[in-house]
Design a protein around this ligand. Structure first.
Ligand SMILES: O=C(CO)COP(=O)(O)O
Length: 258
């Protein structure tokens, strides 16, 4: 069975010192031997201070919110996979809908980033999700499989053993309007079926599929109770200690029984 993964995507929030102080408090409040995995993706500028604050707390993984696909060179403003590895990152979020819509990221760029992440031993969390218009048009499944094909097409099954996918419907991000459990399960099943049909049953079985979009301490239990939902990628509710800790407690209680 897949272990639950709870990741806080802090987006463009918290200075390096605020982030470090938060993490020091968080470590004290989280269970000492968790039955689930935790990850935090602070802004690039806080990676170093968060790594120092995490110290030996290996149960919280450090990750980044984006990266460029080249290792080094004349790419002003960009950050590479080796740079992230050197700062202790273990994962990187790629293809977030804010990157796609606000910064024009397309599938071919996301594909190159995933390849670079895997080459350097970073776990990729590939974000996919439909807009409200696409859902209303009834094209959700097509959008999801198109984004999977665009991001992952051409990879060999052996390359995808550490892959995670985050299903983040665009209309649910930061809106307070989360997908229902049934909507999330339906999308996760579409994703898993596609992984199995395109690669192997093993790839589909191993991939952790997280839900993201207005996850809160109140709705996380319903989501995680489904064995199709392997965790959550959380924005707003992971910016506050109290709600992060509440979500962690729910995940922990479900995780021990998985
Ligand atoms: O985009 C998200 C996580 O990547 C979700 O953000 P919210 O949890 O704030 O809706």
């Amino acid at each position: 069975m897949r272990r639950i993964l709870i990741v806080g995507n802090w987006k463009m929030n918290k200075t390096a010192s605020e982030a470090a102080a938060f993490v020091r408090d968080l470590i004290k409040a989280l269970p000492a031997s968790p039955s689930v995995d935790f990850g935090i993706a602070p802004p690039f500028t806080a990676l170093e201070s968060v790594r120092a604050a995490l110290g030996a707390s290996a149960f919280i993984q450090l990750g980044a919110q984006n990266m460029f696909w080249e290792d080094q060179g004349a790419y002003t403003g960009e950050i590479s996979a080796p740079m992230l590895r050197d700062l202790g990152c273990r994962f990187v979020i790629l293809g977030h809908s804010e990157r796609r819509t606000l910064f024009g990221e397309q599938d071919d760029a996301i594909h190159k980033k995933i390849r670079a992440a895997l080459k350097h031993g970073l776990q990729a969390i590939l974000c996919i999700g439909e807009s409200l218009a696409q859902r209303e048009r009834g094209t959700t499944d097509e959008v999801l499989t198109g984004q999977l094909q665009g991001g992952l097409g051409g990879f060999r099954a052996e390359e995808l053993t550490t892959l995670s996918i985050a299903y983040e419907p665009v209309w649910a991000i930061g809106t307070g309007r989360a997908a229902t459990v049934d909507q999330a399960i339906a999308a996760h099943c579409t994703i898993r079926r596609f992984l199995s049909a395109t690669w192997t049953a093993d790839v589909a079985d191993r991939a952790r599929i997280l839900y993201g979009g207005s996850v809160t301490p109140e709705n996380v239990e319903g989501l995680l109770k489904s064995d199709q939902i392997d965790g959550a990628l959380i924005g707003g509710a992971c910016l506050r200690i109290d709600s992060f800790v509440k979500i962690a407690a729910v995940a922990q209680s479900i995780g021990v029984n998985r």
